[in-house]
Design a protein. Sequence first.
Length: 97
Amino acid sequence: MATGPLTAAEVRALLQHRWGASYDVHLIQRQRRIYLQIMWGYLEQLSFPLDEPAYLAHLAAAVETINQMGKGNAVRTWLRTTTDRPRLGKALSLPLA
């Protein structure tokens, strides 16, 4: 089991292992709360707006913020254990702060 800071490569591997795709990840702020959202779009989709380098840069930026918040282990655990999955029009949300 990994410990220490979360990495973009680890998050991508967790997403691919869990759901078979490199899902889009966003950090959203609503009413002074911050959420990690796993969106329904994924890199392997023909209509996905980012290419692989842009996706990896976007993922790395989100992971850096997660690590700065000290939430790397919480995200790691959630990605391994959540029983839900992203579906069209429904993102998964993890409250971070």
